[in-house]
Design a protein around this ligand. Structure first.
Ligand code: NDP
Ligand code: 8X3
Length: 256
């Protein structure tokens, strides 16, 4: 079966890995992100025959109007999206809450939550009317296991988890599938560079850790997407073997 796949945030990292996997398997893929030059570069990295199955579109997913214009402008041969991979997202900062910047919290909410629900809202009616569709929402283990400095980033990913579950329940009776993808540390992406704004600090995040890579996430998503149509993978939580949940921390008072 050939799918039309829409991957948000495919200018780098997990999105590019997942998009590549579907393109290489012969599916039609739409890739998006803000940086058009990287989308062009991505497209040009494939042989000409595969490029015909690839549509690129650059826009800011936190801009509701731009997202609506994008969905309305999808050409006919790509319009019937079968698989939506809501991957675009970011973390900003690792400061403790009282030192964090409110505008960074806003940007994470606008992208990870509002951008994700906006494009879902625009794509879902078509899927329901065609009785065919699978939505993957890329959350994070940070949505389940909080860590210091995770604050609003973790909370946006907790939203993604809850939204995915509610969506699945609301679509009960339809043939659509909804999957929450919740990775731990994934290296080789721009995630930590964006979060820390410092490439050297970002590279240290993964020092000594055999972290997940974009292809690991692509493999998991491709597997869930190609299972027999009666099988729903509701939630995929993945971590590197070297990562764990973190045990409760106590701040003890000392008796003097
Ligand atoms: P990257 O920074 O490499 O990729 C993020 C992608 O999102 C880029 O393509 C970026 O494109 C896009 N994006 C960000 N903001 C916007 C926006 N406003 N409009 C459109 N596109 C946007 O990081 P990852 O590949 O690691 O992250 C992908 C997803 O995976 C994110 O949702 C992240 O939270 C999640 N995740 C990452 C983990 C990790 O350890 N790396 C672990 C768990 C989850 P552009 O900048 O061109 O707009
Ligand atoms: C990021 C996952 O484990 O690096 O979403 O915080 S982790």
């Amino acid at each position: 079966m050939r799918f039309i796949v829409l991957v948000t945030g495919a200018t780098s990292g997990i999105g590019a890995g997942v998009a590549s996997r579907f393109i290489n398997e012969g599916h039609k893929v739409i890739v998006t992100g803000r940086r058009n030059a990287l989308l062009e570069q991505f497209k040009n990295s494939f042989p000409l025959a595969k490029q015909e199955n690839l549509l690129i579109s650059s826009f800011d997913i936190s801009d509701g109007e731009a997202t609506k214009n994008f969905v309305q402008s999808i050409p006919q041969e790509f319009k019937s999206v079968d698989i939506l991979i809501n991957n675009a997202g970011l973390a900003l900062g690792l400061d403790l809450a009282h030192r964090a910047e409110l505008h960074e919290w806003d940007q994470m909410i606008d992208t990870n939550i509002k951008g994700l629900i906006n494009i879902t809202n625009l794509t879902l009616p078509g899927m329901v009317s065609r009785s065919r569709g699978h939505i993957f929402n890329v959350g994070s283990v940070a949505g389940t296991y909080p860590y210091p400095g995770g604050n609003v980033y973790g909370a946006t990913k907790a939203f993604v988890h809850g939204y995915t579950a509610d969506l699945r329940e609301s679509l009960e009776g339809s043939s659509l599938r909804i999957t929450s993808v919740e990775p731990g540390m994934v290296s080789g992406t721009e995630f930590s560079n964006v979060r820390l704004g410092d490439d050297i600090r970002a590279s240290k995040v993964y020092e000594g850790i055999n972290a997940l890579c974009a292809d690991d996430i692509a493999e998991a998503i491709y597997w869930a997407a190609t299972l027999p149509s009666h099988v729903s993978i509701n939630r995929l939580e993945l971590m590197p073997v070297q990562q764990a949940f973190g045990s409760p921390v106590f701040s003890r008072t000392t008796s003097s």
